[in-house]
Ligand binder design. Sequence first.
Ligand code: GDP
Ligand code: MG
Length: 794
Amino acid sequence: MEKKQVTVALVGNPNSGKTTIFNNLTGGRQHVGNYPGVTVEKKEGYRHFNDHDFVIVDLPGTYSLTAFSLEEVVTRNFIVNDKPDMVIDVLDTSNLERNLYLTVQLLELERPTILALNMIDVADASGLKIDDGKLSHSLGGIPVVRTNGVDNKGMETLLSTIPQSSDKQEKSKFALNYGEDIENAIQKLEPLLIPIYQKLQFPTRWLALKLLENDTNIINSVKELTNADSIMSVSNELRTELIQKLGEDVEIFIAGQRYQFVGKVYEQAVDNRSVNRVTISDKIDKVLTNRMFGLPIFFALMWLVFNLVFTLGKVPSDWIDTGFGLLGKYLGSIISDGPLKSLLVDGIVGGVGSVLVFIPSILLLFLAIAILEDTGYMARAAFIMDRVMSRFGLHGKSFIPLLLGFGCSATAMMGTRTLENPRDRIITMLVTPLMSCSAKLPVYTILIAAFFDEKIAGNVLFSIYFLGILLSLIMAKIFRSTFFEGQSEAFVMELPSYRIPTVKSVMIHMWERSKLYIKKAGTIILAASILMWFLTTYPKDIEYSKDYDMLVAQAEEAYTQQVKEEVLSELAIEDIGQNEKLAVLIDDLQKNEEAFAKETKELDEGTPEYSKLEQEKTEKNLQLESENLEIYSYGAKYVELTQNLADEKEKVDNEKSGENLEKSYAGQFGKAIEPAIRPLGFDWRVGISLVSGVTAKEVIVSTMGTIYSIGDGNENAHSMTKALQNDEHMNPLVAYSLMVFVLIYSPCLAALAVMRRETGSWKWPAVSMVYSTTLAWIVTFIVYQGGKLLGFGG
Ligand code: GDP
Ligand code: MG
């Protein structure tokens, strides 16, 4: 009897056309859900064909089946646990070699598999000649079907190939030979794994490989079994032995072997000698990847992107900024004073708001990148940059994540997925945070505004970015020649042909990257804001060095006295209300002052605009004077006294919150670490800001805002600038040193978490954190002490 229901899984690299084929095969009949326990989408569809009911599953796109990402784990677990009757490996044939890397790993899972050579139209157009027979033969004889998702070609062939092969339930007979050392280790390990096959279902040869590859996901599953200890001790022993013999990590060696094999298969099965040299893509490439014009065109495009991002992004950013300001004010007005108000307004709205302000720029940056990627230009950019990058031991494709690093290190690290070699990925992840991410920009902006002349501001900022790029290249070179000895993967020169991107795919790419940033604001930064608020506000019951309440009371008393002597008794009245004309005059004078204060908020004293506004105010006051000759001096006096009182109160208030902070938990902590950062010119307040910045670089600014006694934590650039200038510990040299430190030191939590997810262990995030903070200390020490020796101490 024939089996009636057949399950088919579609697997392949992202953008190879899985979803297109899935839709072709299933029509509208599908169901979207999630894989159990994770947020990866699971799409199932149905099709009746040749007396069979097919259940077709569209698996997430993936480049590999290591445990680097959720997609990879979901894919391999589905294939092994759900045992689909047939796996269809959808390949982008115009990029065959890269796509075969996944194929090799799929075959090792030992399920019946068919190759769908999709996008065959693109491959044909470029003149790629593929020998299906040789290809099939070198991969253990699996069926090969040519398809074109867009024109709906080859779909029926796919379906009719399925029942034949799956009825025979023919497992793939494919086994890649990894060389004597690895094969011996597999032979020792495999017999131990046979007893656990029933539990885990993974093929034993594959399991053995994964244990040697140190696949944490598999190791954890094995560890849950009863006789795991002996298995693990044997596999650890073999691993250590192998590392010694091979002189590198086993997983890196194994990946290398797979690449070599794929390279051979490609060479044998593909004839690309007759590749058409004159497609439209090639004509465009003659210009865009030209030896002379390639780099200048590339830099011009980048310049355009960055400018668009920052100029277009500024407008909506300002709206968001204003919106959060209003929200803070509104909350402040409806909640009575107390911890709740302070938490909501200073902690949450201030902290999260300061981060969400960057969203428009981030969206635009990712939009631009998505367009460059989808048109196919990014691959060219990588190719052009490869000549430069390879000198520093980086792969040309590292360039894309590094570029993304100017936006956000966490997303940039996800961008390293385009790198196929784990070694290249890790080096890139380690140096990516040296690209100054957009969250660090506000820190520079505020420090530069406070300590550097407007004329050199641009150069100062550029020097920081440049230092970051330089350090990343140097560090890449160092990593390559120490931990990661060996050549970087040769650049695979198969450039995809240019395409006009679809709006939908661009939007999806943009959104997938931006999502992470927004999530960060909602999670890590929210938590950090609350924590920093708590640490800088508590403990409450501290002993003040001065009686601040009394100082305020004294000031108020002196004020009442002065008003009485110098205004009221001179006019023989008891309060202002008794002289209607005076009350009106005072009201008018105060309105003038308020208007002036509001208009000049963003201006520096002495600038032409400022002088003009000051002139206007004086004229208005002269007008009032001429209308109220006999009482004008009293009115003016009253306004002046009232203003002085307000200033005095604010000064006492600032002093009090300053002392509050110094004695808060954060303050105590800052004092404790001060000795370590003294040689860099930093005091305890800078220390707190830097530590808080590990949660997210945006937090540095909001923490400095709170710390420099601006009170409400809203980083009003103007008042913050003044507070910094007034601080005796700060000067241009310290400010520059601080920028250097912020540029280099530990990546933020989000970036570290992504790194952990992408590498599968905490080892690399730990390395990253320690090396970058050490490097930051050393470089800053040189800058600060050197600067002092040269007499820039200020
Ligand atoms: P997935 O990420 O693997 O699900 O890929 P999609 O199905 O979303 O396809 C990615 C892009 O390739 C879409 O723009 C498709 O229209 C296009 N595409 C899919 N199959 C073919 C094909 O055979 N030839 C060509 N030229 N384009 C294709
Ligand atoms: Mg898809």
